[in-house]
Design a protein around this ligand. Sequence first.
Ligand code: GRF
Length: 203
Amino acid sequence: MLVVLISGRGSNLQALVEAGLPVTAVISNRGDAAGLNYAQAKGIATAVVEHRAFAERAAFEAALEREIARFKPRLVALAGFMRVLTPAFVERYRNRMLNIHPSLLPAFAGLDTHARALAAGVKVHGCTVHFVTPELDSGPIVVQAAVPVRAQERADELAARVLRQEHVIYPRAARWFLDDRLVIEGALVRVKGNDAQLVMARD
Ligand code: GRF
């Protein structure tokens, strides 16, 4: 039903599994991704497609596509998958690939979001689940969680508080998708039944 692509720790993968989502396979572009161990311990199929083994991005993506296809997923979930994907790849999974990003998009696309949010002096930060489109960290927003920034907070503290919310909103978004409740209307996403697409963190 759901294939999760990771590169590292895999805490979002873990949140998806613990929420009871039907994760059929976990694929990593790095053999040392800690999330692979978690998946194996849970009896979930794993595969590694090392990007470094391919000279060309297109060849890497073709191999990745083949691995994904083996599991015939309805949904592909990027969860800390640290490779930029080509438009051709993204197009193949149009409207059925989600990503989690650690900022309130469209603010702070890209890396180092927490340090950049603090440096910008924003008072609200957070995370976003969105459909993946060719442009990096853009695409129709499914759900966001807002995290108030504390005075004198360090980036690692803020990151930890945002991560807790990632673990709340990603399973929610994936469940909506698999329950056929997401309707993409142009740049916007509506949830059938009007469930809240905004979570306000309390801690
Ligand atoms: C998360 O912060 C996610 O938002 C970002 O990469 C990180 C992955 O963490 N895309 P994990 O591997 O899920 O623990």
